[in-house]
Design a protein around this ligand. Sequence first.
Ligand SMILES: [Mn+2]
Length: 308
Amino acid sequence: MSEFQSFLSKYSGSKIAIVTHNKADVDAISSAYAVSTALPNSIICSSGEMRQGARMLCERLKIKVHELNDLKKEDYEGIVVVDTSTYVLTPEAKGWRILLILDHHQNSGKDMNGELEIIDPESPSTAEMCGNLISGIRKDVAFGLCIGIIADAARFKAARAATFETLGKLMKLCNGNYGEMLGYAEPEPTLEAKLAMMNCMKKTEYVYAAGHVIATSEATGNESDAASLITEAADVAFIAKWNDREQETRISARARPSVKVSLSDVMKEAGEALGGAGGGHAKAAGAALKVHTDEALKKCVEIFISKA
Ligand SMILES: [Mn+2]
């Protein structure tokens, strides 16, 4: 807390880029926005198309998002990384001086080093951390953070008492309406997203092994939404998406609350085994693997079973 305050005063005059993971979600964007209000000379950067809720939130709060690759390094003191601590999800951050990492992911996938690191894997969201770290939170910032908290707590499946305390405080601050916020945290899927999820479900295969229903499938998009949907029934889901540009398979993994095996560990091990990288949370994790989808999924299931 005090370290964060001294960080803010040290860099209050510096030009800083605040960077989120690619395909930013509402937790990443609301946290970046909150930090940006505490650092007067900062801008927000994110690469790849943002998630739907994040796009809506940016529109609503008039948040400008830049591309880090468009900036000249020498014009900036360095970057603040929020809601991630791995280059896998933020490759464009390579070569930048990292002043601060503010994140809630388990450090199994961590490959970034910041001069200051505030990482709390116990926190269900980065937004919840921001809600406690930043003082004098503005009304619009509070609105965004509430949405980040609601979204990343997965409708409070991952919440703790402090989550509700922070959310309550922030909701009072912005006089927020829960129904409206839920519309940003869990936006109505587009037709394209609905079709991608249905097609993914159609291709789903599963095994019952080591006491778990383990589902696998391939998706052309919305793989994390599909994985969440499938784990309404299955204990675990590994959803693969081939990335032609990077010549790798992206895996989105989700588990039901009862699952004891940490998917973050499974993804990390899959990354090590197949020349890639992986990490995340115990119940929600991901990996980028340098093999085709079939082989990637087979390996994920194999590693999961070995740990179950
Ligand atoms: Mn997050």
